[in-house]
Design a binder for this molecule. Structure first.
Ligand code: ADP
Ligand code: MG
Length: 232
C-alpha cells in the first residue's frame, strides 16, 4: 500500500504541475494573441506593444528553461567541486546586475576549499536563483551577503539580503509551484531550488525573513554525499 500511495502522490503532483504549467503558459499566449490582433486590425505598430510582447515571450522562455533544469540527474553528473569556486563564479555572473541596481554583493568565504559532491551546474543554478531573488527584493539600494562555512560534516551556505522581506504566509508558500508575488515572476525558481537541494543533494533549506527588514536563506549540504545510495 505504501508504494501505491507514493504512486498516487506522484500522479497527483504531475496533474497539479501540468495544470499549473498549462495555466502559466496560456496567460502569455492569450496576451500575445491579443496584441497580434490589435496590430493587425488597427495597423498600429506601437513600440510599447512590442515591448510587452517581448517580455511575454521572455516569460514563456524562462518557464520552459526552468522546467528543463528540473529533470532528474544521472549518477555520472556528480563530482567533487569546491563550493567557494562555485560561489565566486556566480558572484561574477551576477555582479553587473547588482551594480546597475546600486546593490553590493559581499562574500564571506573560508580560506580553505570546501569540497562537496554535487552537480555543479545545479548548485550554481540554486545560487543564481537565490541571488536573483535577493536582487529583486531590494527596491533601491542595499546589500546581499553570501557566507560559507563548515560545521561538522556539513557545508553551510547563507544568502542574506536587506530587501522587502516576507510575511509568515509568504514564507510558507515559497517553493510551491507558481507561487510568485512578482508581476512577471514564474514562481518556479524556489521549487527548483528545493528540488536540487533536498532531492538531488540531500541538503536542507531554511528561510528566515522579516517584512521590510530582509531575508536569509540557509542551505546545509553534506560534505560527504553518498551518491551511490541516493540514485537507486
Ligand atoms: P519568482 O522569483 O519568479 O517570483 P521564486 O520561486 O524564485 O519565483 O520565488 C517565489 C516567491 O518567493 C517570490 O515571488 C517572492 O514573493 C518570494 N521570495 C523569494 N525570495 C525572496 C527574497 N529574497 N525576499 C523576498 N521575497 C522572496
Ligand atoms: Mg525567482
Amino acid at each position: 500500500t505504501e508504494a501505491i500511495l507514493q504512486e498516487w502522490e506522484k500522479l497527483s503532483l504531475v496533474g497539479q504541475m501540468s495544470a499549473g504549467i498549462a495555466h502559466e503558459i496560456r496567460n502569455p499566449i492569450t496576451s500575445l494573441k491579443g496584441f497580434v490582433q490589435l496590430i493587425r486590425s488597427h495597423n498600429e505598430f506601437k513600440e510599447e506593444y512590442f515591448n510587452i510582447m517581448d517580455s511575454e515571450f521572455n516569460r514563456m522562455e524562462s518557464i520552459i528553461q526552468e522546467l528543463l533544469s528540473f529533470s532528474k540527474p544521472q549518477l555520472t553528473n556528480y563530482q567533487k567541486h569546491d563550493l567557494n569556486q562555485l560561489i565566486l563564479q556566480v558572484v561574477m555572473l551576477m555582479e553587473p546586475h547588482a551594480t546597475l541596481k546600486n546593490i553590493e554583493i559581499k562574500t564571506n568565504l573560508p580560506s580553505t576549499p570546501i569540497f562537496i559532491t554535487c552537480i555543479d551546474h545545479q548548485i550554481k543554478q540554486v545560487l543564481i536563483n537565490l541571488v536573483k531573488n535577493a536582487l529583486e527584493a531590494i527596491m533601491d539600494k542595499g546589500t546581499i551577503s553570501i557566507k560559507l562555512n563548515k560545521q561538522d560534516s556539513k557545508a553551510i551556505l547563507q544568502v542574506r539580503d536587506d530587501g522587502m522581506g516576507m510575511t509568515a504566509e509568504q514564507i510558507e508558500k515559497v517553493g510551491n509551484p507558481f507561487f510568485s508575488t512578482k508581476n512577471s515572476g514564474t514562481g518556479l525558481g524556489m521549487m527548483i531550488t528545493n528540488n536540487i537541494i533536498k532531492h538531488n543533494h540531500q541538503g536542507t533549506l531554511e528561510i528566515q525573513s522579516e517584512l521590510k527588514k530582509g531575508s536569509t536563506f540557509t542551505i546545509k549540504l553534506p560534505i560527504d554525499l553518498n551518491v551511490a545510495k541516493m540514485v537507486d
